[in-house]
Design a protein around this ligand. Sequence first.
Ligand code: NAD
Length: 422
Amino acid sequence: MENPYQSAVSQLEAVANKLSLSPQEVEILSRPQHVHKTTLEVAMDDGRREHFPAFRSQHNNARGPYKGGIRFHPQVTENEIKALSMWMTWKCGVVGIPYGGSKGGIIVDPRALSGAELERLARAYARWAADFIGPWQDVPAPDVNTNGQIMAWMVDELEKVWSQKHSPNGTVNIRATFTGKPLAIGGSHCREEATGMGALAVLDNLALRMGWDKKALRIAVQGFGNGGYWFARLAGESGYTIVAVSNSKGGIYAPEGLQAEAVLRHKQETGLLAGFPGSSAISNEELLALDVDVLVPAALENVVTTENADQVRARAIIEIANGPVTPEADEILRSRGIISVPDILANAGGVTTSYFEWVQDLQGYFWEKDDVAARLKKVMDRSFSDAWAIYETSPGLTLRMATYMLSIRRVVEAIRVKGTLP
Ligand code: NAD
């Protein structure tokens, strides 16, 4: 498979060409500013000491502190983390929040660890990263296989390290270093449903621009985890018809529509989506080829490929998953008139709400749930309009290219005004 970092650089070069960036600007944006790596040593419950390679890539902070998740996964690679850090820079640029991009990861299968081992690993990562993360340096968040509990352990560890250094007789509160925390220690309302809420705002905007009646729109969602479930639930509640959902074990189809909350209850009771009353079982491949108006990949990368892009019958794709459409498949979809709202816009509701969490922590003033939701909607509406304005006025450009142009232009503007001389 292609090196993800090389793909990210090729993508940058294509956009840089359209924006006529200087070779020096392309050079600056092609490389992360810092790539930290180490091997963490952790005591196992049986007394052995195990070693886990760990990374933090900080791509560019021209627009503000670095921002990006930390993933725990056996297939983490340095190149993947570097690519993801670059995509975070673009994602923060699209929604206009004052952050640059970063990403972290540990090569580990978290399912093979006990709770105590997982906690020691999380704490070891925070101790190692203490010199280069912080509210005004780099702000991590949950990502694949990490969650609010892991952020809570990391915050606690970081506060211990900082307190020893800067306040030996007291405790430093630096909770704004991490987002996606539990509410009890400075988390924000709506963080859990934020990505689904953001994707719904994007769909509302798309339907408006295309002149589609939401009541007539039929939607299939691949992936029924955090992003997919909340999107399906909120979209259904707002009047769209969710006709299919799936997870790693397969999917279900109900032409009259599915109620996501009821499907979740069924899944929790039986362990499967299949068997949900009134639905028929379908495979993930069948879901991607359903006769629907909108397809929402919300599971994995590279699910729409040259193998199946000509079978997609949807009119639009909303990319909740990161990188669900390969570049070659994207070209096929484009030639067939299928419009894709790219991941860096469609799933940016999560990072936008992380930004709100950081702002609330820094202010020590916490917003009501309605406030968070309303502010998120405003940011998503504005971001969609900004990308659409470029798309609409540039014949031949895809919405994906227009969105990248919007974002990279913002990052370059920050680099230019800061100046690059020593
Ligand atoms: P999650 O782990 O909560 O859910 C993933 C879902 O995908 C699960 O239902 C799982 O069963 C399903 N799945 C796994 N393998 C599958 C397969 N082969 N076929 C079909 N379904 C499969 O993850 P999530 O947080 O919802 O993230 C999903 C995607 O959205 C990822 O690409 C992630 O990077 C992206 N994303 C999520 C957020 C967020 O805030 N949750 C933010 C930005 C991007």
